[in-house]
Design a protein around this ligand. Sequence first.
Ligand code: SAM
Length: 225
Amino acid sequence: SDSHFPVPVSPDEFDLSEHYPRYFPADKGSGEEAPPPPRIRFADVGCGFGGLLVGLAPLFPDTLMIGMELRDKVTEYVKERILALRASNPGQYDNISVVRTNSMKYIPNYFRKAQLTKMFFLFPDPHFKEKNHRRRVISMQLLDEYAYVMEVGGIIYTITDVEELGEWMRSCLEKHPLFEPVPEEEIKADPVVKLLSTATEESQKVARNGGQTFHAIFRRISLQE
Ligand code: SAM
């Protein structure tokens, strides 16, 4: 099914003007000192119906964010949702967008080295069977890719209601030399953390059913010599 959506061959070919038109006006003016174009800083991987992006947009009004979603219809829904929010709240929600893609294959096609300051993995599919663990969105191999596109100091947020998957994501992050756990005091003070368990459609379903959640929040660090 991958052949049904276009993938940029490199981040330079990823056209942001159609995603964030207010940040990429057609008329760039005649000034020579035009500031460099903004870059996407946050990625919500497997964004589903987009609740996290909608929650984050007003908290970081000048930060470009993108949701990555594999399902076509769900991606179309998120596009429409964002357009409707922009229409009814002029000047807001211009900083969020969504792309249909397979994040397990194409992360480096979208982002340059050290570009992202936050990555989100909220309620990813659990893939319970041992032989399907390689399909999990957090793995040692994929963490190498995420570390590559993340800035040193950037934060990766994961949450799930599946205890075994929570342990798996935490243990991958603990084992990886380029990530370290964010201290509990910092987690408590981070305004983003509350959204993990409240903003997305999946988190709301879990909360309605009184389910427990397990988070792992880690910082991208530089390699220790
Ligand atoms: N994060 C959302 C939430 O909390 O409501 C959605 C959670 S849902 C259980 C997992 C989502 O990841 C689904 O929408 C699925 O289509 C998407 N997904 C699964 N594999 C993916 C992949 N390789 N690339 C992009 N999205 C993927």
